[in-house]
Design a protein around this ligand. Structure first.
Ligand code: AMP
Length: 282
């Protein structure tokens, strides 16, 4: 494993590589979800570059930028078993030598759901993804289905700006309880962790009622989450739970075969997201 913190160091490492390269971008506090991306990256390319960087541009005022877990040594220990990979962990001055003036507009999908609750979030995400794709110049870049809206926007950016990199989605990695793995799970206390399972539980309830159609699926998911809201005495608060078109993130059109059930909720002070593709008969 070769670890570098500077642009010059990254460039020097990249010069050593011949053959295809895959990129995995993370904000650190690594868990099995991230490691699944690295594992898949190794299958898809001869070389793997992992970045660890908490991108300030994608956090809004009042969000958890300062509190976000930073644990580079522990992260490197988790990556060590992958052997011959390049890890780039820049600081802000390496990532943004100048405050960026030219910005990326995520378009309409950037303003709904996550984008509605977190104004500017996706502009910040696309800014850093675009920069890192330019710096690493990978053949393939891997992103988790966990952040489904982010994944869709990255695909759209790559298509609309002809960026010529293959984007690969990796399925959501979950804990035994069903809770989607997330660096933010570290914020959860024991009781909150129990209630956090309600997000995945609601998605599962939706899947179980898919045979009865989209309305029934959504109703079942809502009923499950509503029970958690009531039972937790306000610990669980729902931001949204909706069934959307998996590509446009707009409300599902009648007659469509599959929809993405997406949920965001606060459990105590922690905001969690999850999603699940639901297939209908027609
Ligand atoms: P983050 O460090 O949260 O920015 O995540 C870095 C990458 O890992 C993103 O592409 C995420 O979608 C992906 N990721 C995070 N959690 C999971 C998970 N539980 N399963 C699969 N991918 C994940």
């Amino acid at each position: 494993m070769r670890v570098t913190r500077t642009r010059a160091g990254l460039e020097a490492e990249l010069e050593q590589l011949s053959g295809t390269r895959a990129l995995v971008m993370t904000m650190g506090a690594l868990h099995d979800g991230h490691l699944a991306l690295v594992e898949r990256a190794r299958e898809l390319a001869e070389h793997v570059v992992v970045t660890i960087y908490v991108n300030p541009l994608q956090f809004g005022p009042g969000e958890d930028f300062a509190a976000y877990p930073r644990q580079l040594e522990a992260d490197l220990a988790l990556l060590e078993p992958f052997g011959d990979i390049v890890v780039w962990a820049p600081d802000d001055s390496e990532m943004y030598p100048e405050p960026p003036l030219v910005r990326i507009d995520p378009g309409p999908v950037g303003g709904v759901l996550e984008g509605a609750t977190r104004p500017g979030h996706f502009a910040g995400v696309l800014q850093v993804v675009h920069k890192v794709l330019n710096l690493v110049r990978p053949d393939v870049a891997l992103f988790g289905q966990k952040d489904a809206q982010q994944l869709a926007l990255i695909r759209t950016m790559v298509r609309d700006l002809d960026m010529g990199v293959q984007i690969v989605a990796v399925p959501i990695v979950r804990e035994d309880s069903g809770l989607a793995r997330s660096s933010r799970n570290a914020y959860l206390g024991a009781e909150e962790r129990q209630w956090a399972g309600a997000l995945a539980g609601a998605l599962l309830a939706g899947v179980e009622h898919a045979a009865d159609g989209p309305d029934a699926a959504l109703r079942a998911a809502r009923a499950h989450l509503d029970r958690a809201v009531a039972g937790s005495g306000g610990l669980v608060r729902v931001d949204y739970l909706v069934l959307v078109d998996p590509e446009t993130f707009m409300p599902l059109q009648r007659g469509i075969r599959a929809g993405l059930l997406v949920v965001a909720a606060w459990v105590g002070g922690t905001r969690l997201i999850d999603n699940q593709l639901v297939s209908f008969r027609n």
